[in-house]
Design a protein around this ligand. Structure first.
Ligand SMILES: NC(=O)c1ccc[n+]([C@@H]2O[C@H](COP(=O)([O-])OP(=O)(O)OC[C@H]3O[C@@H](n4cnc5c(N)ncnc54)[C@H](OP(=O)(O)O)[C@@H]3O)[C@@H](O)[C@H]2O)c1
Length: 236
């Protein structure tokens, strides 16, 4: 199969939907993951109206059964996966700093991405140019927290620590896969006008999707094991 297959989690709205749109416009078949099948189908309808080859997948990244069934379906229908964008994410810090809140943040932002990726790795290895993009945040960059007062003082332990865990694992996975064609990078989309980013955010959604799209379409001599915003490397 010559066409590239991309799976994007949390693709029913926000940055994920726009990443699906931009990858679809480049000719990829996009699998729109969403925890509600109905929301996935609505997003797919929108994309198909723009002549994008899009298909819905029911995918709550915290549900092992959804992950198993997505992996089986991709294997059966396509026999490989070229691009995985771990975009699904939550910000729960307005609910407090209790350990339960921190755990919830980790469930989606780290364990979800970890479980989905490890369940799909055998299919990414069957691609001639597998790309894994972990949608992270500058708030998970320890180097930035230590050097930028604004990010250092932001109190969002669930979000910060779950994205920092995602970053650490991104780096290690890139090392483990460096003898394969697979590239693994983390992405900071910027502060984007979505439900999570809010209306005061400075970037429009189409611009917020660009870093993930860049990392999902890297050429063979592109970077791996980095964290990027708009093609610029950020500190871990
Ligand atoms: N917006 C920003 O300024 C900003 C900045 C830095 C990083 N990010 C990161 O960018 C990514 C996308 O954020 P966004 O701004 O587009 O947020 P958003 O509009 O709130 O969208 C989040 C997406 O993730 C989905 N999701 C949440 N939990 C999920 C789960 N357990 N399984 C599957 N999907 C799940 C949501 O689905 P539902 O519709 O079902 O809730 C939604 O589709 C996130 O990882 C976020 O941390 C965003």
């Amino acid at each position: 199969m010559n066409e590239k297959i991309a799976l994007i989690s949390g693709a029913n709205k926000g940055i994920g939907l726009e990443v699906a749109r931009q990858l679809g416009k480049q000719g990829m078949i996009v699998l729109v993951g969403a925890r509600s099948l109905q929301k996935a189908e609505q997003a797919v309808e929108e994309l198909q109206a723009e002549l994008i080859q899009a298909y819905p997948i029911k995918l709550d990244v915290t549900d092992p059964e959804h992950i198993r069934s997505a992996a089986n379906r991709i294997e059966k229908e396509y026999g490989k996966l070229d691009v995985l964008v771990n975009n699904a994410g939550i910000y729960v810090d307005h609910e407090g700093t209790d350990v339960d809140v921190i755990r919830r943040g980790f469930e989606t932002n780290f364990f979800g991405a970890y479980a989905l990726t490890t369940s799909l790795l055998h299919l990414l290895k069957l691609s001639p140019a597998g790309r894994i993009v972990n949608q992270s945040s500058i708030l998970g960059s320890i180097g930035t927290i230590l050097t930028n007062e604004m990010y250092g003082r932001a109190s969002a332990p669930a979000y910060t620590t779950s994205k920092a865990a995602l970053n650490a694992w991104t780096a290690q996975l890139s090392i483990q896969l460096r003898d394969t064609p697979i590239k693994v990078n983390a992405c900071h989309p910027g502060w984007v006008k979505t439900e999570m980013g809010g209306s005061d955010a400075v970037m429009e959604i189409h611009e917020g999707a660009e870093t993930a799209v860049y990392l999902a379409t890297l050429s063979g001599d592109g970077p791996t094991g980095g964290m990027f915003h708009k093609q610029e490397a950020l500190p871990w």
